[in-house]
Design a protein around this ligand. Structure first.
Ligand code: ZN
Length: 106
């Protein structure tokens, strides 16, 4: 059997990311004439906080994806702070039923 002792984790662990020290999170560095993609952080602007080195590309993509999901969720929550709960829906339509004044225009 050539089975590895520990396979892939069931849940992907989030790596703490820090700003790339070389490009300062800008993803590019200033070359002589052009801005060049930063080679230190795979032009992502991020490195692993623990090591100071960017994770492998596939790992980096996963980490950035997780970050984006968390950020998107946060934005959604900030946009509708009380989207859930029965009170939220009550407030909007708090009119009493029909049968008001029988208004005739002419
Ligand atoms: Zn960089």
């Amino acid at each position: 059997m050539t089975r590895k002792s520990h396979g892939p984790a069931f849940k992907k662990a989030a790596i703490e990311l820090a700003q790339c020290p070389l490009c300062r999170g800008r993803s590019v560095t200033q070359g002589v004439f052009h801005e060049l993609p930063c080679s230190h952080c795979h032009a992502s602007g991020f490195v692993a906080a623990a090591t100071g080195v960017a994770p492998a590309l596939d790992e980096l993509v996963t980490q950035l994806g997780m970050r984006l999901q968390a950020a998107t969720r946060q934005i959604e929550q900030l946009r509708n702070p009380r989207a859930s709960g029965p009170e939220a829906t009550y407030q909007g339509s708090n009119r009493r039923g029909a049968g008001g004044t029988n208004y005739t225009g002419d």
